[in-house]
Write a new protein. Structure first.
Length: 149
């Protein structure tokens, strides 16, 4: 039976098919491994970039001295209104306010007045306010009354 040329050619074809499928599987896994390594490296770069953005946001947020939901800030004198600022699409009101503070700081403000935030029906949060430049009120010192001598 093994001497039959038809059987030998069928066995040879089957062996070739098995070898080709093994090689194709090996090459496919190798290509997939390379793709996964590249994807992991891209994710590491993105995470590094996001961490850098978060640090920059925190740094810019620290430039804001005070915020107020009204048109004035206790203890500060508003020198100049710079611009109205608005941000939306954030996961929490605190995050929206932090981004708003960073935006105001980028404009040169050191405070925000008329600050408000709200959660939208979509679950995302927005914040808005007026970026302003403030300075502390000058200290008013009362002179003590002269003692009678």
């Amino acid at each position: 039976m093994l001497s039959n040329p038809l059987v030998l050619s069928i066995l040879a074809a089957a062996a070739v098919i098995v070898v080709i499928s093994i090689v194709a599987s090996f090459l496919s896994k190798r290509r997939e491994g390379r793709f996964l390594r590249q994807r992991r490296e891209e994710l590491r770069r993105q995470q590094g970039y996001l961490a850098m953005q978060q640090q920059e946001l925190e740094r810019m947020t620290r430039r804001i001295l005070a915020t107020s939901s009204t048109a004035s800030i206790a203890g500060f004198e508003v020198l100049r209104q710079i611009e109205a600022v608005f941000t939306d699409g954030h996961p929490s009101p605190n995050r929206a306010i932090d981004v708003l503070k960073a935006m105001a700081a980028e404009l040169g403000a050191n405070a925000i007045i008329n600050l408000s935030s709200e959660r939208l029906p979509s679950g995302k949060c927005l914040a808005r306010g007026d970026a302003v430049l403030v300075q502390p009120h000058p200290l008013v010192r009362e002179t003590p009354p002269a003692a009678d001598q």
